[in-house]
Design a binder for this molecule. Sequence first.
Ligand code: PEP
Length: 254
Amino acid sequence: MRRKIVAGNWKMNLSWEEAKTLLLGINRFANIHKRDCKVIICPPFVYLDRANDIFIGHASVGAQNISEYDNGAYTGEISGEILNSIGVHYTIVGHSERRQYFGETNEQVGRKVDKAIERNIKAIICCGETLEDRNAGRQKHVVKEQLTAALRNVNKEAMERQIIAYEPVWAVGTGQTASPAQAQEMHAFIRNEVLEPIFGAEVADNSSIIYGGSVKPGNAEDLFVQPDIDGALVGGASLSLEDFNSIIHAAQRL
Ligand code: PEP
């Protein structure tokens, strides 16, 4: 059975003092629920090292991005090699905000996934359609195209260690969540019609597909009971200890 995953994406938020308080609280809670739910926190880059020192036990830290390059003259970029050197084992790749504001393409996302895998860093690979795509009935086509590009060099063995995050762009940071049925439909599509043809039924069945888009304490459980939803990537609600812990609790109850 797939273990639930609850990941927090802090984006560009929190002072170090605020971050420390939140990390200490999450660490305590995650260790209580370690068997039932994997907790990953993706803070701003500059907090990764100190966050790693605070997470003694079962929660993990992850980066919000990874460079498509190994090293060299790429000002402002952070490579897999650098993440490795401070013990970071997860990274978000292809978040919709990176695609939207920084012009990341499907091909770039694919190269970033390759770099993460080369460094043994688990990628949380984001995909999801815009409202315009959904209104035009193109959501499955768009998601398939994004994932096919992201996974083009990934083999079966590596795939079992990656995490897919389905995040409809119209639900990210908007307060508008996909209904459990809408999310389940897309997760089943990803598992059965994207992953299975590439990697086979067993790998598809073992792959973790988490949902992101305004997940809150009030809607988490209804999403988590869906058979193909293996947890959540949480933005806004991951900045509140009470809200985030209650989302972990919802995952742990199932
Ligand atoms: C995200 O940043 O990945 C996200 C899902 O944000 P929010 O939960 O705020 O919609």
